[in-house]
Design a protein around this ligand. Structure first.
Ligand SMILES: Cc1ncc(COP(=O)(O)O)c(C=O)c1O
Length: 359
């Protein structure tokens, strides 16, 4: 086998997709999965077939690729700025049902102006439920931005959304639960304030794989947008979101190319295959740069671009191939042109069609 490569266990992938769809149905919420995690139209179609109402993307380029692959309902859960992008947004909005995030009056005005030629666009206000990235403060700030938006001709306010990404930095289960409860609560309270102010909204959207099992059940939440759950990874395992590594459907296969010292093995998977990601939101609990399956005493301690250095104890020899569950599956997929998908002995190769879409 030529390495490094990504191998996806299709049965596990399908189970993860189905489990989330079942949970959404139980909670009585719409499921609009974030495809930034897989960037694969084939997986997006599986999610839709399992009951998703549409998809979420992070970038306009991802939305364009998914639309080319027949997906007709997309939420771009991000703020978009710049005349070129507004033109692309307008063109896309003519072909599919599209919504985009906003979190400022300046942004909303520029958007309304930029899509002038188009008849209108749905927007959702991003609310900061604690991540401290984009988003207005819950409550009053949401109401005043919504009032401003209602005065803009080309925009229609579909709802509000948040992403509790700070849950990835939770020190323990108790903190994670607190974040998930707060995520649902601030959104439902903001929705109530909006309605009290006479602004009707349809969507109250939350979503992060670590929090969704709790926030989905907050009465008043209408939609969830988990992404990573299709694969899971070492970070989700460290956070206790999944009980065991068997839930992880994605692995990086890598070859031992050197065993230069008794306790050191060098793999052909470096940062260009595993990424240096240890979590963007503080303490993530991961040790090293991924988990080597079946090698409990071996840790990937260092990565350079083409080399992964593992230290510890092992019987591995030069030429052996190992399976690695990466720290963060989403950033790893973005590094590969294609993934191999295994269903028992059957293999398919899927192009990572929406990779590298940074614009
Ligand atoms: C706005 C937004 N929504 C949803 C998600 C999905 O989160 P996760 O991958 O934890 O499920 C992300 C992930 O970065 C995001 O940025």
């Amino acid at each position: 086998m030529d390495t490094p490569r990504i191998v996806i266990d299709e049965r596990r992938l399908d189970t993860n997709i189905e489990d989330m769809a079942v949970m959404a149905r139980k909670a009585g919420v719409a499921l609009r999965p974030h495809i930034k995690s897989h960037k694969l139209p084939q997986v997006a179609h599986k999610q839709l077939a399992a009951g998703a109402c549409g998809i979420t993307v992070a970038k306009l380029g991802e939305a364009e690729v998914m639309a080319e692959h027949g997906i007709k309902d997309i939420f771009l859960a991000n703020e978009v700025m710049g005349s070129e992008k507004f033109e692309r947004l307008s063109a896309l909005a003519r072909r599919i049902r599209l919504a985009v995030g906003v979190d400022s009056l300046e942004g909303a005005q520029a958007l309304a102006e930029g899509i002038r030629a188009h008849t209108g666009l749905d927007v959702l206000i991003e609310v900061d439920s604690g991540l401290r990235r984009c988003g207005v403060e819950p409550g009053r700030e949401v109401v005043s931005l919504a009032q401003e938006i209602s005065r803009l001709e080309n925009l229609h306010l579909r709802g509000i959304f948040t992403h509790a990404g700070h849950s990835y930095g939770a020190a323990d289960r108790a903190e994670l639960e607190k974040i998930a409860l707060a995520e649902g609560k601030v959104m439902v309270e903001s929705a109530r304030e909006l309605r009290q102010a006479g602004i009707d909204i349809e969507v109250v959207s939350v979503g992060a794989t670590p929090t969704v099992a709790i926030s989905a059940f907050t009465p008043g939440v209408t939609e969830i947008r988990p992404g990573n759950y299709v694969f899971y990874d070492a970070m989700q395992l460290a956070l206790g979101v999944i009980p065991s590594i068997e839930y992880c459907s994605l692995r990086v296969y890598s070859t031992v190319i050197s065993h230069p010292a008794p306790k050191r093995w060098v793999l052909d998977a470096g940062s260009k295959a595993l990424s240096l990601d240890k979590g963007a939101h503080g303490h993530s609990g991961v040790e090293g740069h991924g988990i080597i399956i079946g090698q409990p005493k071996l840790r990937i301690v260092r990565l350079s671009e083409e080399h992964g250095v593992a230290e510890g104890e092992s019987m591995l020899q030069v030429g052996d191939v190992v399976e690695i569950v990466p720290n963060h599956a989403c950033t790893v997929v973005n590094l590969f042109d294609e993934v191999e998908v295994w269903q028992g002995l059957q293999r398919q190769v899927w192009e990572v069609a929406a990779r590298g879409k940074s614009r």
